[in-house]
Every structure is written in structure tokens, then in C-alpha cells.
Design a protein around this ligand. Structure first.
Ligand SMILES: Nc1ncnc2c1ncn2[C@@H]1O[C@H](COP(=O)(O)OP(=O)(O)OP(=O)(O)O)[C@@H](O)[C@H]1O
Length: 592
């Protein structure tokens, strides 16, 4: 949220964020309504309960009606004593269930939104900050769904019913309640102004500190080597102190506002008590008729409960501000409010190393060049190019100049092409675009529809788990034989055979325990295991000795069959293996 926005825009933004928060509740609306209904019903039942208490005491103490008059009020009292806690318990259980469901859906939705932004967007994010989004920020909305919404339903229904009941027996007390009621919304408005900003600052500090801490943990070896331990510790200390100060600010607003409301509620109840006291003592006669004990007791019992829902709403009001602050931070990270569907994440693929199918955006108007005379040919027929790139300009998000200008090339199905050119000339960028990760600024990229694509990138991500687990990510249903075959072809077996448990040997995050070349071979095996129709390889032999490189290329030859391969490389052996090469043009557009 930009501080320079006009007030109307800020209000509109806040309304939009509120609607986004409420939309998350849609799949659980039924349970949420049932929970609110239970709480409201429990609130309403306080009226007959207070009436029963007042009625019973009046009968025993003043009317001296004897035990015969008691069964009716005591029966009503017993019924409400059982019903109210039961309804409250059911309401709270349902509410807790709704909160857990909404939060789980939000976490899944945010993870999916991050995955949908694509690997290039993800590479530009700080993982610690993304983790904070689905933990701290999502948790910050719990109070809104759990406390605020229920308290709001209660506030709309319960005080009104109490007011009607009180007016029915004593209009003066009714008037006192009516006149003091607007205090709560007034103070809530005051709280709302400061609480949301304080909440946003606290969440932003939390995300920054989380990201900082994760980054530093990852680079711990570097920090030690350069002797930066103490300085980094001081920075972590500073970040934590900022969180402490900002959290205290949020708490201060919450406590102050609650205290002010408690004060006014107590004063209002005291006013009612003083009025009854003076009336009973005969010092005040505003009613013009005698006041029975049951009327006074009934009103005195109801008065605190008149304010109770409003006090709860006020106490939960900063939860709403916190939730809006969390949504504002989510909006800033995703550059807009992400779509969140109520669909299990497991049904979608999120592997950043692998792309499937035809996912390449084509912004320009020119159609893909058709080879003459083969209009009726099938997508994978050798005559028709599987990959066609026409006059494409590629620019990284936020980059000043395009990484690649006016690229045109075609690769037939089953063909191989080596991309060659100096470091930084844009080979990896082109592979990213072919995988569908980077849209073309102009021009067209066409990959035959339904083509299964796999990309083994230069910096593959390996997860904590066994080598086999890492291979199976792209093809969870692959058999052991297929897995062993892919590992053999990618020359993974060569080093895995020396490890204690072979392919079942655990490796750490980011391939800890493997050399750079070994990690790349695991990524290659992972790509092969998917049995792609189009295999995109980024310097697959960069760290290999000539002998291993030759073995790898020979094994690939036998394994790949009809698979189309586009490989970025600096190796003459790989260029020779591919049989065709394409020189990446220099940034001026002229191929050397
Ligand atoms: N996310 C990014 N944002 C901006 N510029 C980028 C980004 N990633 C890469 N670049 C730039 O794009 C250009 C091409 O990079 P690319 O990684 O495609 O080169 P490459 O030919 O694959 O190099 P190498 O042979 O070293 O792997 C480089 O100038 C690089 O600095």
C-alpha cells in the first residue's frame, strides 16, 4: 500500500482485501453460519436465564410464595444452564474447524500461487519471506475468522434482543443502554486506524527477519570463511529487536483499546446500578411506579451482557486489522491478490526443474512458419518442426535490455540441436523460454501441442531425501527398473555404486553430499525418467572428465530414441554428438 494514495483509494483497497479474506470462507460458509448461530442462540438464551434467576429470587425473597412457585423458574434456569454451555461448545468447535480449514486452504493456495508464478519469479524471491507468508501471515488471519466474525454476528443480534427485553420492563435502563451503545463502534474505529498500520509493519519486519535468517543459515559456511560471524549475529539481533518493538506496538494498541472499552462498559453498568439503588432507596422516582426486585435484578443481570459482545468485537477488532495487514503484505509479494481455489495441491505439479506440455506463451501475431505440403501431417511427424521459434525477443523481468534479440530457429521432431555461444550470451534464457517459464516479448515460440518437456537446468534443486526420491519427483510411478536405467544412462550409478546405500543414500538440501557434476547428473536422470518428447539440457557435461562425458553421450544415444534434444553447451564433444548447432547471436543481433 502506497502511503501517497488518496484516502478513497486506500478505503477501496481495504474493502477489496476484506472481500478477498471473506471469499476464503466461501467453501466453509455452512459450518461458519452454524457456528455463529450457536453463539447467537447462546447469547439470546441469557435473557430467559436472567428472567428465571430474577423470577426465582423474587418468589422466594419477596413474594414468599413457597416452594410451589419454584419449579417453573428453576426448570427454565436448568434448561438454559444446560443449553447455553452446550451451544457455546458446539459453536466453538465448529468455529475452530472452520479456522483450521480456511488456514489450510490459504497455505495451499499461497504455495500454488507461488508455483504458478513460475520458476523465474520464484528465483527472484527470498525463500524465508515466502515461508513467512504461509506461516506468520496466514496465522495472522486466524483471529479474524475465529474471533472477529463470530463476535460481529453476536454484536448484530444479541445486544438488540437484550435492548428489546430491557425496554419491555424498564424504558429508562433501555435508554441508558441505547445511549451508551455507540461508544464501542467509536472506539473500534479509532483502534482500526492505528492497528492495521502497526500490524503491517510488524508482519513486514517478521518476513524480513525470516528471509534474512534463512539466507544467512544457507551461507553459514561463507560467513565463517570470511569471519563475518559476529557482524551477522548483530544483524540478526537487530532484526529480532525490531520485531519485538513492533509486536509491542501492536499489543499496546490492542490492550489500550480494550481497557478503554472495558472502562466505558463498566461505567454504563454502574450507571444502571446507581439508578436502581437510588430508586429502591426512594431517592429517585423517574418511573412513576414502584420498582419490583425482579425488574431491577433482570435489568442488572442483562446490562453487562449487553456490552459483552461489543467488548468481544472490540477485542477482536485488531485481529481484523492484523488480517488486513497480512493480506496487504501478500498482495505486495504477489503484486496483486492471488486467486485461491479450494482444490488439493497434490493434484498439481510444482517441480521447478521440469515443465510439462505446451506452456509457452505467444504474444505476437505472426503464425508459425508451416513447411510446404505437410498441412495434414501429425504433430510429431519428422517433417514438421517440433519446436519453432520465430523472430523472438527475450527479456528478463525488470531487465533494461533484452537477453536475446530476433531469434528464429526450428528443430524437427527427433532432432538434436546444440546451442553454442559465449558465457552470458543467452543460452539458458532460451531454454527457459522453450520450457515456458519466460514469455517472449515479441515473436512466437511454438512447441507441438501435448509435447512432454523436461529441463535439466544448470543449478538443479535437489531436496533432502534419497537420490531415488529425488529422481522420482518427476515420475512418481516409475518402476525400479526404469529408475535404475535412467540412473545408469545419466552416469549416476557410476558414483552411487560407491555410496553406502547406492541410490537409496540420503542427500541433503541443495544436493549436499554430492559434487556439482554429480548433482547435475541426478538432475539429468530425473529429467530422463519422465520420458520426455522434448529434452532441454543446460550444460549437462560441464563438470565431467572427457571419459565420463563420452560414456554419458553414448548412453544417451541409445536411450533417447525419438526424443528431441536441445542442449546448451561449451563442449565440442556435445556439439558433435548433437550433429547440429546454433550459434546464439551477439546482443547486437548479428551472429558472429
Ligand atoms: N533473472 C535475470 N534478470 C536479468 N538478467 C538476467 C537474469 N538471468 C540472466 N540474466 C542475464 O541474461 C543474460 C543471458 O544469461 P544466460 O544465463 O542465458 O546466459 P548463458 O549463455 O546461458 O551463459 P552461460 O554459458 O554462462 O550459462 C546474461 O547477461 C545475464 O546476466
Amino acid at each position: 500500500m502506497s502511503p501517497s494514495l488518496p484516502a478513497t483509494d486506500v478505503a477501496a483497497q481495504r474493502r477489496q482485501r476484506g472481500r478477498w479474506l471473506d471469499a476464503r470462507l466461501a467453501p466453509f460458509r455452512g459450518r461458519h453460519r452454524a457456528a455463529s448461530a450457536c453463539v447467537v442462540l447462546a447469547g439470546w438464551l441469557w435473557i430467559p436465564q436472567a428472567a428465571a434467576i430474577a423470577w426465582a429470587l423474587d418468589a422466594v425473597l419477596f413474594a414468599h410464595a413457597g416452594l410451589a412457585a419454584l419449579p417453573a423458574p428453576l426448570g427454565l434456569l436448568a434448561a438454559t444452564l444446560i443449553a447455553r454451555p452446550l451451544l457455546t461448545w458446539i459453536g466453538q468447535r465448529l468455529q475452530a474447524d472452520v479456522v483450521e480449514s480456511v488456514l489450510a486452504q490459504l497455505r495451499v493456495g499461497l504455495a500454488r500461487a507461488a508455483a504458478d508464478r513460475g520458476p523465474l519469479w520464484l528465483r527472484g524471491q527470498r525463500s524465508g519471506a515466502l515461508v513467512a507468508l504461509s506461516t506468520g501471515h496466514v496465522d495472522a488471519t486466524a483471529g479474524y475468522y475465529g474471533g472477529y466474525l463470530t463476535a460481529r454476528a453476536e454484536t448484530m443480534a444479541v445486544p438488540l434482543a437484550i435492548l428489546v427485553a430491557v425496554f419491555a420492563v424498564d424504558w429508562i435502563v433501555g435508554l441508558v443502554l441505547l445511549l451508551t451503545a455507540p461508544l464501542a463502534p467509536f472506539f473500534m474505529m479509532l483502534i482500526g486506524m492505528g492497528a492495521e498500520n502497526a500490524g503491517r509493519r510488524q508482519l513486514a519486519a517478521l518476513a524480513r527477519a525470516g528471509a534474512h535468517f534463512t539466507d544467512r543459515l544457507r551461507g553459514l559456511d561463507l560467513i565463517r570463511v570470511y569471519g563475518r560471524g559476529e557482524a551477522e549475529l548483530a544483524q540478526v539481533g537487530e532484526a529480532t529487536e525490531t520485531i519485538r518493538v513492533r509486536s509491542m506496538r501492536v499489543l499496546r494498541i490492542a490492550f489500550l483499546s480494550s481497557a478503554v472499552l472495558e472502562f466505558f462498559a463498566s461505567v454504563s453498568v454502574a450507571l444502571v446500578a446507581v439508578y436502581f439503588g437510588f430508586t429502591y432507596l426512594g431517592m429517585l422516582d423517574l418511573r412513576g411506579e414502584t420498582l419490583s426486585l425482579s425488574t431491577g435484578l433482570f435489568c442488572l443481570l442483562l446490562a453487562p451482557e449487553f456490552y459483552a459482545p461489543m467488548r468481544r468485537l472490540a477485542a477482536n477488532y485488531h485481529d481484523r486489522a492484523n488480517a488486513l495487514a497480512a493480506v496487504a503484505e501478500i498482495e505486495a509479494t504477489f503484486d496483486g491478490l492471488p486467486e485461491i481455489e479450494a482444490e488439493p495441491l497434490a493434484s498439481r505439479r510444482m517441480d521447478a526443474d521440469l515443465a510439462e506440455g505446451q506452456a509457452v506463451p505467444r504474444p505476437s501475431a505472426s503464425p508459425a512458419p508451416e513447411p510446404p505440403g505437410d498441412q495434414g501431417a501429425k504433430a510429431h511427424s519428422p517433417a514438421r518442426p517440433l519446436v519453432s521459434v520465430a523472430n523472438v525477443v527475450l527479456r528478463h523481468p525488470g531487465a533494461r535490455a533484452p537477453a536475446l534479440q530476433d531469434v528464429s530457429l526450428q528443430v524437427p521432431a527427433g532432432g538434436r540441436l546444440a546451442l553454442v555461444g559465449p558465457s552470458g550470451s543467452g543460452k539458458s534464457t532460451l531454454l527457459d523460454a522453450l520450457a515456458g517459464w519466460l514469455p517472449a516479448e515479441t515473436g512466437r515460440i511454438d512447441v507441438a501441442p501435448g509435447t512432454r518437456i523436461a529441463l535439466a537446468s544448470q543449478r538443479p534443486w535437489l531436496f533432502h531425501g534419497s537420490i531415488a526420491d529425488n529422481l522420482r519427483i518427476g515420475a512418481p510411478d516409475a518402476s525400479d527398473v526404469e529408475l535404475a536405467e535412467a540412473a545408469r544412462v545419466a552416469q549416476v550409478t557410476r558414483f552411487a555404486a560407491r555410496l553406502p546405500d547406492g541410490l537409496d543414500t540420503p542427500i541433503g538440501e541443495r544436493g549436499f553430499g554430492l559434487s556439482g557434476g554429480e548433482a547435475r547428473r541426478v538432475a539429468l536422470a530425473r529429467a530422463l525418467l519422465r520420458r520426455p518428447r522434448l529434452l532441454l539440457l543446460d550444460e549437462p557435461t560441464a563438470f565431467l572428465d572427457p571419459g565420463t562425458e563420452a560414456d554419458l553421450l553414448a548412453a544417451l544415444d541409445a536411450y533417447l530414441d525419438e526424443c528431441t534434444v536441445i542442449v546448451a553447451t561449451h563442449s565440442d564433444a556435445v556439439v558433435a554428438w548433437a550433429g547440429a548447432s546454433w550459434q546464439v547471436p551477439s546482443p547486437t543481433g548479428a551472429a558472429p
